[in-house]
Design a protein around this ligand. Sequence first.
Ligand code: SAM
Length: 316
Amino acid sequence: MIDAFGRNITYLRLSVTELCNLRCRYCMPEEGVCKLTHGQMLTEEEMLMAVRAAARLGVSKVRITGGEPLTKPNILSICRGVANTPGIQEVSVTTNATLLPPLAVSLREAGVRRVNISLDTLKAEKYRSITRRGSLADALRGIEAALKAGFDQVKINAVLIGGFNDDEIPALAALTVKWPVDVRFIELMPMPGNLDFGPESYIPVSRVLDALPQAAPEKEEGVARLYRLPGAQGHVGLISPLSRHFCASCNRIRLTADGKIKPCLHSAEEISIKGLDEDGMAEQMRRAILLKPACHGSLSADCPSQAARNMNQIGG
Ligand code: SAM
């Protein structure tokens, strides 16, 4: 469906849970979140109904996210249901990968084609500190399991944080030489719950190019500008929600685990579809698409996102 500004909306980010086994400092509070009751959450059947409604409006690509989607006991059945929805051509999952080893092959068999894995550092101490509880070894085992499972594509996403991992840009980028993966650096976004990051944390992804003078530009793909290191199997990608936002080509809507459509990641606008039938859901999605703003306000340490939720409650 075409929105009010001529953008073709073809991409749904489906958050299947707000819960996560990690507590990344920029994403969710240390104490976790107040667990929603079953009645507040979308059921699996409602999620699949929402995907059918979205497909009727022209959505062809679904990314399953959270929270941590692999903490969801019925994740395989959700993925299979989404992949089998008429009109859905591509299903991908975003995960921290720590729970991936026993699930990778089954996810692939369930129809998941691509996996995005979050990894901000290659140093075990720093991994534990940024995730407040995770183990780097578990995440690396997850990446290796993803590579073995035969997904069409594995991407690694690193949130670039000044003073935290900008010294690791070459090491993280070198993963594209070691493995057939894209490594994408994403600018830290100032969300409501992470405002204790100071201005020095918000650095532009142009710093990646400063640190990688040998990186050659290749192409733009969706929201990422892609480069390649000599001899690399995959790309280094730059995603710049702050320094060069991509609202003009935004083709996505988001559905939260409690059934709210978010037309824009950084606006407070939410439209509920919980409890509706498929026609009702499609109608509310149509409204949400027409409410998609041309652009969100500028984002910086002084000018945080207007989103009324943290990323774990939206689905990054
Ligand atoms: N648990 C999964 C994971 O770790 O990939 C999926 C959910 S997580 C919210 C999705 C993505 O959002 C992760 O790559 C995470 O790094 C990113 N993210 C969360 N908060 C962010 C922020 N404030 N700025 C930039 N990226 C953020």
